[in-house]
Structures are given as C-alpha cells and as structure tokens.
Design a protein around this ligand. Structure first.
Ligand code: ADP
Ligand code: MG
Length: 262
C-alpha cells in the first residue's frame, strides 16, 4: 500500500447557484486515496461529505449545482475534463458508489438476479448463463449463503441489510478501482451494520479495493480506515493517519468530534 495513488482531488470546489447567491458546499477540497487503502470522510451533517463524493462521480444535482474549480486525477487523467460520455463509462467501469438508502436503487419489479445479470452483462461480454453464475458468485462474496435462491427474490422481500448487501454486490460486479460508500450502514440496525462493515473490511483485505467511506461514526472509522479526512463547512480541516488523529487531533472540531464518541 502507498505506492500507487488511485485518486487525487486537488482544490475541488462545488457550489450551488441561485438567482441571488452562490453557496460553496465543497471548498477547495484536496485529498488522495492509495491502492488498497480505506480513507474515511467524517464531519457533521451538512459539512459537504456527500457533495464531495457526488463531485467525484460528477453527479452534483443539476442545474444549480456546479463544480467550479479543481482537478480530480484518476488513472492519470482529470475526470473534470472528461466528456459526459466518458464520465458515464468511468461510473460504469471504474468507480462505484453505494448510498445510504439501498431500496431507492433497486427496481421493485425485477428480481435480484435479473438486476444483477443486467448490470454484469452491461459491463462485460457475458452470456445470460455466465452472468447468472457470476451473479451468484457476487452474492456469495457479500455473504449470502443461499445465493442461488436469492437470485429469484424481489427486493421488497429482503431486509434493509440484505438489500444493502445486494447493492454492494452490484457496486462490485464490475471490479471498480474505487468504491465510494456514503453512510452505507446508517439506515441499518446494529447487527447488520457489523456485517456490512465486516464485508467492507474483507474487500479491502482480500481484493485490495480502494474505498472512500463516508460516515459520522468514529468507531467505524477506527475499525476500517487507515486514514481520515475531517470536513467542516465544506472544507477539509484535518487529514491524518488513524492513530495520529486519535492521539492528537489538531483541529478543535476534530477534538470535539472525538470527545463526543461514546
Ligand atoms: P453531508 O453529506 O456532509 O451531510 P452534503 O454534502 O449533503 O452534507 O451537503 C453539503 C451542503 O450542501 C449542505 O449545506 C446542504 O444543505 C447543501 N446542499 C445539498 N444539496 C443541495 C441542493 N440540491 N441545493 C442546494 N444546496 C444543497
Ligand atoms: Mg451526506
């Protein structure tokens, strides 16, 4: 770890524009993620964590939201200079994102298997049969013991934790170089949270995945991340290795955050 930078943000700035004013919600944000590394982004609600990840994906809500400055270097290229079409490919092939609420991303009228197969066949030249087997394999990776049966289920029949695991399987189905997880366990109960976190830990260990993990839970950060980026008011106010930040936080906000830990 540490030899190969997967993504580097340099002074990324994102604003919302209304008739009267410009509101900067991501303010000159810079940080990088190395291969195999999990970087956590923490910060209070509204500090710009989600907008930072949506900026990376170039999914900032249009028409009012705009990335106004900076570079996002991925694979040696600035994502902000890519065409819409090329960025679409990056989202399909290289960077995957999972969100807080998994139900909204699954289609209720198709089975898990149909959705996984479609996702796989979109990215890889697989026959339906091959995609089906690969789908089962993906569901096994995310911890379903009865993956073959799971392929036949409809989303509403699954618990929140199961749906989130399906979403992770979908997100991983194209072997992304980078996984962005925006509060992936917030909507889940504690035992399921632990399962998802175990899963993510396994991914970075066994598959050398690079992960940006957004959370407000410092316990999760301590368990999973090697580095942490602290955001406040749209800015990165601190960036440190995990042991450093728990030892001696530099920014008063970080200190407050640590003191509020249970
Ligand atoms: P976090 O994920 O850290 O809770 P967000 O990145 O979602 O914070 O939000 C950062 C800021 O951007 C907040 O002040 C929020 O109100 C603002 N914001 C988010 N979405 C929009 C939008 N569609 N229009 C205007 N402002 C927005
Ligand atoms: Mg958010």
């Amino acid at each position: 770890m540490g030899q190969e930078t997967v993504i580097e943000l340099k002074d990324v700035t994102t604003s919302f524009f209304s008739r009267k004013q410009e509101l900067t919600v991501v303010d000159r944000v810079s940080f990088s993620v190395e291969k195999g590394e999990t970087v956590a982004i923490v910060g209070e609600s509204g500090s710009g964590k989600s907008m930072t990840s949506l900026s990376i994906m170039q999914l900032v809500p249009a028409p009012n939201g705009k990335i106004t400055n900076g570079e996002i270097i991925f694979n040696g290229e600035d994502l902000l200079k890519k065409s819409k079409k090329d960025m679409h490919k990056v989202r399909g092939n290289d960077i995957s994102m999972i969100f807080q609420e998994p139900m909204s991303s699954l289609n209720p009228v198709y089975t898990i298997g149909e959705q996984l197969r479609e996702q796989l066949m979109y990215h890889q030249p697989l026959s339906k049969r091959e995609a089906h087997e690969k789908g089962i394999e993906m569901l096994e990776i995310v911890g379903f013991a009865r993956a073959r049966e799971m392929m036949r289920e409809y989303p509403h029949r699954l618990s929140g934790g199961m749906r989130q695991r399906v979403m992770i399987a979908m997100a991983l189905s194209n072997n992304p170089k980078l996984l962005i997880a925006d509060e992936p366990t917030t909507a889940l109960d504690v035992t399921v949270q632990a399962q998802i976190l175990d899963l993510m830990r396994g991914l970075s260990k066994d598959y050398d995945s690079s992960i940006i993990l957004i959370t407000h839970d410092l316990g999760v950060v301590a368990e999973l991340a090697q580095r942490v980026v602290v955001m406040y008011g749209g800015q990165v106010v601190e960036e440190a290795k995990i042991d450093e930040i728990f030892d001696k936080p530099l920014h008063p906000y970080t200190e407050g955050l640590l003191n509020s830990m249970p």
